[in-house]
Design a protein around this ligand. Structure first.
Ligand code: C2E
Ligand code: MG
Ligand code: MG
Ligand code: MG
Length: 295
């Protein structure tokens, strides 16, 4: 019996230890692989068109970063962007994304047109970092086509008077870079904060667009955002349009000009775009970069 108890205790402790160790190890492995991916520049971008909902013309594209694992698995940003922020690697990642865009600029022009805008995401935390944003603004200027770029930042960057608003926005605007408020409606910016914002574009969060055709409360919110856009001189984009009914509602019942969403196109890799084929094809493309590991 003694032996049994002793063995149990030992076994239990061992299991506990290995569990803790396993968790710490997994975390270390994930951190390490992200650091390595950045060192090796193992990132790529998928591009999702922004479409004029009445002409269905592509007006812009958004670069959405993906991580290429050693084993060939491609990871969506939901699995590593927050960690990159936490580890202080996000600034480097953003510079890599811009470099990747510029490396592909001829392919982008061939696929989508030379006059499409190019949106790039910047985390709210980066947006308030004057040192990073100064170097990023310089990098945008160096591309020689700064006026094509739109920097997408979530509402959080606009809460109260931050250095983003007072020091960085003016620099970007001087370069002709446009500013977009991403995921609008789910963040923490107050209406009074909005009064001070000089952004060019509002992207209505997907959660308001889902089944918009049968959700009167979302319709009301949409109307309000539309008026806000009019009043403050910002273009309005609907994010995450997936269904024909959603698009039909936007076309018939709103003056919203632009949309992005799987209905038009999923984010696509440039190498998967067939030459001569329209980049916006409705429903079901083979160049699907969405089927990536979400976690
Ligand atoms: P986001 O900027 O709001 O981008 C839109 C996300 O919604 C993308 O996910 C896109 O694939 C997805 N999406 C587009 N249309 C639809 C639709 O019709 N239905 C649904 N269900 N989803 C749709 P993704 O590529 O996984 O990116 C997620 C987020 O990661 C982005 O949200 C953005 O906040 C962040 N992110 C992406 N690239 C970068 C980057 O280079 N830097 C930083 N800091 N963040 C990035
Ligand atoms: Mg975005
Ligand atoms: Mg968004
Ligand atoms: Mg989002």
């Amino acid at each position: 019996a003694m032996y049994q108890i002793k063995n149990d205790t030992k076994g239990g402790a061992a299991i506990f230890d290995s569990g803790m160790q396993h968790e710490a190890l997994t975390r270390m492995k994930i951190e390490q692989s992200l650091r390595l991916a950045i060192l090796d520049k193992r990132f790529c971008c998928a591009f999702q068109p922004k479409v004029d909902i009445r002409t269905e013309q592509i007006k812009g594209i958004e670069a959405l970063v993906r991580l290429r694992n050693d084993d060939g698995i491609i990871q969506a940003p939901g699995t590593f962007v927050d960690l990159a922020i936490e580890l202080g690697l996000i600034d480097e990642l953003t510079h890599l994304v811009l470099a990747e865009i510029m490396r592909s600029i001829d392919l982008i022009d061939d696929a989508f047109g030379t006059d499409v805008s190019i949106s790039i995401n910047v985390a709210a935390k980066q947006a308030g970092n004057v040192v990073f944003m100064t170097s990023f603004a310089r990098a945008l200027e160096k591309t020689g086509c700064a006026t094509r770029f739109i920097v997408e930042v979530t509402e959080d960057a606009f809460v109260a008077k931050t250095r983003f608003q007072t020091e960085i926005l003016p620099v970007l605007r001087r370069l002709g870079v446009k500013i977009s408020i991403d995921d609008f409606g789910i963040g923490y910016s107050s209406l009074s904060a909005l009064a001070d914002i000089t952004a060019d574009e509002i992207k209505i969060d997907r959660s308001f667009i889902v089944d918009i055709h049968k959700r009167p409360r979302s319709q009301g919110i949409l109307k309000a955002i539309e008026s806000l856009g009019d009043a403050l001189g910002m273009a309005v984009i609907a994010e995450g349009v997936e269904k024909f009914e959603e698009l039909a509602y936007l076309q018939a019942a709103t003056r919203i000009k632009y949309a992005q969403g799987f209905y038009f196109s999923e984010p696509v890799f440039l190498e998967n775009i067939e030459p001569g084929k329209p980049a916006v094809s409705k429903r079901g493309t083979s160049s699907d970069s969405r089927s990536v590991q979400e976690n």
